[in-house]
Design a protein around this ligand. Structure first.
Ligand SMILES: NC(=O)c1ccc[n+]([C@@H]2O[C@H](COP(=O)([O-])OP(=O)(O)OC[C@H]3O[C@@H](n4cnc5c(N)ncnc54)[C@H](OP(=O)(O)O)[C@@H]3O)[C@@H](O)[C@H]2O)c1
Length: 248
């Protein structure tokens, strides 16, 4: 059922994927602080028991059936999705050789790219015309490459390409579609990657012109700005970099 066939709830609703920790958890909290209904998911329901979200769903974003079920549950409970934030992501090394396993490649592409695609495909019909927003969380690795991470770089570049194209499809409905491209963020994933490349947080801080990792709450503020500010109402289709100056 489309939102235009329902009586819209006076309260706004955000659907944020991957809300059990890190950036997603901060985004869930930001929308809750502002009085929104919030639905979120993770692969394990047990990781969401403490979440302030109004609806928590065990959903693997790479599983099309589970994505459809989560959207159905969200729309059944709240009637619409005013802000769709595709945040769930997974990173890892996949150095290429003729003998390397393809498993990591497929898992990284499935979660980062196909998860975003499924939620946009099935979520967009429930986003109200004129007031809705989609924010896809990519990475600075949507804009540059690093060794050992061909899958993650390919998936995040593809999220950006998808979002650019999809912004044109959503524009006649006055729905914005933007891609956030964070640099190093202080989360399990960020710290895990820093350790995986044999660096310390202090060393990484020195590579960032503004001198530190990004806090998850800073990404959450940026997402909230894109979904609510008048100043953001004409921003669509863009990669928006929040990286402390690393890419400059
Ligand atoms: N941290 C960084 O430095 C950084 C930089 C640039 C971009 N990003 C991007 O920012 C987003 C959030 O990253 P983060 O640092 O907050 O990562 P994180 O700390 O690893 O958290 C990832 C979240 O996504 C969920 N998730 C993972 N796979 C999922 C799946 N298949 N289905 C549903 N949920 C899933 C996780 O929950 P479960 O594991 O419980 O399922 C968790 O809630 C990702 O898209 C990431 O690529 C991160």
């Amino acid at each position: 059922m489309s939102p235009n066939q329902r009586t819209p709830s006076s309260k706004k609703t955000a659907l944020v994927t991957g809300g059990s920790r890190g950036i997603g958890k901060a985004i869930v909290s930001r929308f809750k602080e502002e009085g929104w209904n919030v639905a979120t998911c993770a692969t394990r329901a047990s990781s969401l028991t403490e979440s302030p979200a109004d609806l928590t769903v065990e959903c693997d974003v790479a599983n099309q059936k589970q994505v459809r079920a989560m959207i159905d549950q969200t729309v059944a409970k709240f009637g619409k999705i005013d802000a769709l934030v595709n945040n769930a992501g997974f990173s890892g090394s996949n150095p290429l050789s003729p003998d390397s396993s393809d498993e990591m490649w497929h898992r990284i592409v499935d979660i980062n790219l196909h998860g975003t695609y499924y939620f946009c495909k099935y979520g967009a019909p429930h986003i109200p015309n004129g007031t809705g927003h989609i924010v896809n969380i990519a990475s600075v690795l949507a804009l540059k490459g690093v060794p050992d991470q061909t899958a993650y770089c390919a998936a995040k570049h593809a999220v950006l390409g998808f979002s650019r194209a999809f912004s044109h499809e959503m524009a006649p409905r006055k729905i914005t579609v933007n891609t956030l491209c964070p640099g190093w963020v202080d989360t399990d994933m960020g710290i895990g990657r820093i350790q995986a490349i044999g660096m310390t947080v202090d060393q990484v801080d020195k590579t960032v012109p503004l001198g530190r990792l990004i806090r998850p709450e800073e990404i959450a503020d940026f997402v909230y700005f894109l979904c609510t500010s008048k100043a953001a109402s004409m921003i669509t289709g863009h990669p928006l970099t929040i990286d402390g100056g690393s890419l400059v």
